[in-house]
Design a protein around this ligand. Structure first.
Ligand code: NAD
Ligand code: IPM
Ligand code: MN
Length: 347
């Protein structure tokens, strides 16, 4: 079990530390953790946010546990040297095209959602976000106009092949859950979305047992707040999935609770909280490590087939929350390390 640990910037090392404690506590045979530098800290040490040595570790590992990257003091750098390129580069380099972002309300947390408890209590959804295409990876540029003004541009595109492979992930996920798939696009305006929608419909013929619906992304943002319990699996593109998953996190209660798995074909995956480096609370023992701890559960499930251990971790987090172990993000007083302790005790 060779696992790369890339803690990164800001709260990344703080939340990763607690997640690694939980992983080690399981005492799994053959566990081999290898640390690597990513993000702003890697740029400072090596002049690049994703150094070759880190990439080599990523290639040699069975799975990657990723904290977070991002450092506003790097905002002046050319884009290819910015911290965020570490996570984007790993996703692209390793072909991690399928990002799974589950969101469900833990028992006892209904009152901590930004939504009314009876609305929040029904949330149990999975966002399947395409991660290798869209406006993220199209041609981009900034040009100076003849009048001295500037124009920035980013090319949004999806090929039918790219849509097909993520659609299959969405349909299969729905088969394993409640059999409902909602494809989110903006086909009323974007040609990219027309290809997306046509292709999802084409793929749906292979999944007659899944109920497919389509929704425009603006309406989806609204429905996610109005009636999130109606969603089972959402499949969507890179940008829409990024935005909707942060929104879903507040429906659940905190961005500090949402884990994610980024999968290639096969079992290799990168596991990370959906949140970023949170510079506003970094170094203050204020970050909630639960999203990263839950990412370890996803790592054990999706890369190693260790369902029992995954469930043990999820149960320990759920029990801690039921017992009122809340960080500042949930209106409580528990610090990062104390939340880690609380989860470990219950494990
Ligand atoms: P963010 O997710 O880092 O923070 C948004 C807000 O949520 C902040 O107020 C933060 O304090 C809070 N928050 C986030 N995680 C938390 C946690 N575990 N516990 C408690 N509160 C938490 O988003 P941002 O502020 O927009 O971005 C900061 C940096 O992180 C940027 O450089 C951005 O590019 C980067 N980022 C990286 C990733 C990643 O590494 N995958 C993801 C998102 C953002
Ligand atoms: C995420 C982040 C990243 C994204 C950034 C940091 C590149 O917001 O993992 O959700 O947009 O995918
Ligand atoms: Mn995001």
């Amino acid at each position: 079990m060779r696992i790369a640990v890339f803690a990164g910037d800001g709260i990344g090392p703080e939340v990763t530390r607690e997640a690694v404690r939980v992983l080690k506590a399981l005492d799994l045979p053959g566990l081999d953790l290898v640390e690597g530098d990513v993000g702003g800290m890697a740029w400072r040490k090596h002049g690049h946010p994703l150094p070759q040595a880190t990439l080599d570790i990523a290639h040699s590992a069975d799975a990657i546990l990723f904290g977070a990257v991002g450092d506003f003091s790097c905002d002046h750098l050319e884009r290819h040297l910015r911290p965020e390129q570490a996570v984007l580069g790993l996703r692209k380099e390793l072909g991690l095209f399928a990002n799974l972002r589950p969101a469900r309300v833990f028992a006892g947390l209904e009152g901590h959602s930004a939504l009314r408890p009876e609305v929040a209590g029904a949330i149990d959804l999975l966002i399947v976000r395409e991660l290798n295409g869209d406006v993220y990876f199209g041609e981009k540029g900034i040009e100076t106009l003849p009048d001295g003004g500037r124009r920035g541009w980013d090319m949004m595109s999806y090929t039918d092949a790219e849509v097909r492979r993520i659609a299959h992930v969405g349909f299969k996920a729905a088969q394993g859950r409640n059999g409902k798939l909602c494809s989110v696009d903006k086909a009323n305006v974007l040609e990219t979305s027309q290809v997306w929608r046509d292709t999802v419909i084409e793929v749906s013929a292979q999944y007659p047992d899944v109920e497919l619906t389509h929704m425009y992304v603006d309406n989806a943002a609204m429905q996610l707040v109005k009636n999130p319990g109606a969603f089972d699996v959402i499949v969507t593109g890179n940008l829409f999935g990024d935005i909707l998953s942060d929104q879903a996190s507040m429906c659940v209660g905190s961005i500090g609770l949402l884990a994610s798995a980024s999968m290639a074909e096969g079992t290799k995956g990168l596991y990370e909280p959906i949140h970023g480096s949170a510079p506003d609370i970094a170094g203050q023992d204020k970050a909630n490590p639960m999203a990263t701890i839950l990412s370890v559960a996803m790592l054990l499930r999706h890369s190693f087939g260790r369902e029992a251990e995954a469930q043990r971790i999820e149960a320990a987090v759920a029990q801690a929350l039921a017992d009122g172990v809340f960080g500042g993000d949930l209106g409580g007083t528990f610090g990062t390390a104390a939340i880690g302790d609380a989860v470990l005790e219950r494990l």
